[in-house]
Design a protein around this ligand. Structure first.
Ligand code: NIG
Ligand code: FE
Length: 412
C-alpha cells in the first residue's frame, strides 16, 4: 500500500540521515522542506522531496496537503497512562490550600491511586487505559512510554505491566514499558523502606525480567519518597537484568538523583524542576537525556524546568506529558509544545526537536521514529491549514491537527 501526500506547505523535521539527538545551539535548527511531497509505503517512509522533483509513480492513495504542515508524530517518553479512576478531589483540595506534599502525607496522592488500582480488575484497567491511549493517538502521539508504579504490590504491579503489554499488542502505536514499583512507600512499610525494596527487588523484579514486561527501570528519587541510596539499590539490582534507568529526579528537591542517574548510565532523568549548577555540569558529561514535563509544573503550580539555562549551557532537552491522575491529567503533547514555548521560553523549533528527535532518544527509538527519514516509521501528523510552524505552539487552545497516520494508517 502506497500513500502519496502532495503539495505539503512545509514538511518538518526532515533528516536525510537519522541524528541521535540535538543539543544546545543545534536545538534551534529544525530542518524543513517547503512545497514538498511524501510517499509512505506500508508502515514506512519511502521517499520525500520538493514537489518540483516528485517522481511519477503509481500509488494507492493521494492526500492533498495544500496549505498544511506535515511533521513526524510526537513521541511521549514519560507517561503513567495505565491508572484507575481519577483524583479530582485532590485537585479541589489543592485549590483550597493543601499542597501536593500535604495531600500525599495524609494517604492521598500516589497511595490513593494505588488503592484504586489494587481494587480494579485487569479488564477494567485495560478499558480505562485504552481510552486514554486512543485519545493521545488522535492528538498526534505515535510512540509512548508507560510506567507501572500505581500497583505497589506484586499482584498489582504485574497487573499494570500486563495491561501495558496488552495495549502494545492491540494498538499500532509503539509502546515502551517501565517498571516503577519504587514510586511511593506503601503505608505498611512507612518505617521500613528497605523491606519494601526487598520485595521489589527479590520478588517482583525477577518476574518482570523473566516475562519481559519492561525495558526500563524507574525510581521516584525524592525527599519523602526514595533516597539516593534506595535509588542506587534498585538501579543496581535492575542492571543485572539489563533494565535501563529512566528516573524521576529533582521534582521538589535536588538530593543527588541526577548524579546517581548519570552514574548508572540512565537513558533519561525526568522532571528537573529544581536544578543546581552541579546538576547541569554532570549532565554535560553524560549521555543521559534530560526530560522536562511542563504540564506537571502547570497543573501543580511548581517551578518549570530551567530549559533556557540548560539548553544555553549546551545540553539537549526532551519534553513529555507525564500523563497521570495526580500531577498531570493530560496526555496532550501539543499543549506540552505550547507550554515549553510559553513558560520555558523555548522557540517552537526547539520545542518540536524536544518532542520528536530528543524524545525518541529518551525511549530508545531513534532508529525508527522521530523524524522524516527514509526507512523510518510512516508516523505523521497532517495539520489543518495553518500559517506557520510557530502557529502550532502559539494557538495553544486550538486543535491544529487534521489527521494522524501511524504505521501509514489513518487514526480514526
Ligand atoms: O511524575 N512524581 C512522581 N510521580 C508522578 C505523579 C504521581 C501522582 O501524583 O500520581 C509524576 O508527577
Ligand atoms: Fe512521572
Amino acid at each position: 500500500m502506497k500513500t502519496l501526500i502532495t503539495n505539503i506547505k512545509e514538511l518538518v523535521q526532515v533528516r536525510e540521515t537519522s541524528v541521535e539527538k540535538v543539543s544546545g545551539e543545534a536545538m534551534k535548527i529544525l530542518p524543513t522542506l517547503k512545497n514538498a511531497f511524501l510517499i509512505l509505503k506500508d508502515d514506512l517512509i519511502l521517499d520525500f522531496g520538493l514537489m518540483a522533483d516528485m517522481p511519477k509513480i503509481h500509488v494507492d492513495k493521494t492526500i492533498d496537503a495544500s496549505g498544511k504542515i506535515v511533521l513526524p508524530t510526537w513521541c511521549d517518553s514519560h507517561t503513567h497512562i495505565v491508572y484507575a479512576g481519577n483524583r479530582e478531589q485532590e485537585f479541589i483540595d489543592r485549590i483550597n490550600g493543601l499542597s501536593y506534599e500535604e495531600i500525599a502525607n495524609r494517604g492521598g496522592g500516589i497511595l490513593n491511586s494505588a488503592k484504586k488500582l489494587q481494587e480494579i480488575s485487569e479488564d477494567d484497567l485495560y478499558l480505562q487505559s485504552s481510552k486514554r491511549l486512543e485519545e493521545v493517538m488522535k492528538l498526534g502521539t505515535g510512540a509512548v512510554e508507560i510506567k507501572s508504579g500505581y500497583g505497589l504490590t506484586k499482584e498489582a504491579e504485574l497487573k499494570m505491566l500486563r495491561v501495558i503489554k496488552k495495549l502494545r499488542k492491540n494498538y499500532p502505536i509503539e509502546i515502551k514499558a517501565t517498571f516503577l514499583a519504587a514510586h511511593a512507600i506503601p503505608t505498611e512499610y512507612k518505617n521500613n523502606v528497605s523491606k519494601y525494596l526487598d520485595i521489589v527487588i527479590n520478588e517482583i523484579l525477577p518476574i518482570v525480567a523473566e516475562e519481559n514486561l519492561a525495558e526500563f527501570i524507574d525510581v521516584f528519587c525524592e525527599t519523602g519518597y526514595f533516597s539516593v541510596e534506595d535509588t542506587e539499590r534498585v538501579l543496581s539490582a535492575a542492571k543485572k537484568y539489563g533494565l535501563i534507568p529512566k528516573i524521576h529526579v529533582n521534582q521538589f528537591t535536588a538530593i543527588g538523583g541526577v548524579q546517581i542517574g548519570v552514574q548508572y548510565n540512565a537513558l533519561s532523568v525526568d522532571h528537573l524542576e529544581v536544578m543546581r549548577g552541579e546538576d547541569i555540569q554532570i549532565l554535560k558529561k553524560s549521555n543521559t537525556m534530560p526530560v522536562a514535563l511542563p504540564l506537571c509544573s502547570y497543573f501543580l503550580s511548581i517551578p518549570y524546568t530551567p530549559a533556557r539555562k540548560m539548553i544555553d549551557a549546551g545540553l539537549p532537552l526532551a519534553i513529555a506529558t507525564d500523563f497521570n491522575p495526580g500531577s498531570t491529567p493530560s496526555g496532550n503533547m501539543n499543549q506540552v509544545v505550547s507550554a515549553a514555548c510559553i513558560k520555558m521560553k523555548m522557540t517552537p523549533e526547539e520545542a518540536i526537536n524536544a518532542a520528536t528527535i530528543n524524545a525518541v532518544y529518551a525511549m530508545n527509538l531513534q532508529n525508527t521514529h522521530g523524524s522524516i527519514t527514509k526507512g523510518k516509521k510512516a508516523n505523521v501528523i497532517i495539520t489543518k491549514e495553518i500559517p506557520s510552524i510557530g502557529y502550532l505552539a502559539y494557538a495553544f487552545g486550538s486543535n491544529c491537527i487534521e489527521s494522524v497516520l501511524i504505521n501509514g494508517i489513518l487514526v480514526k
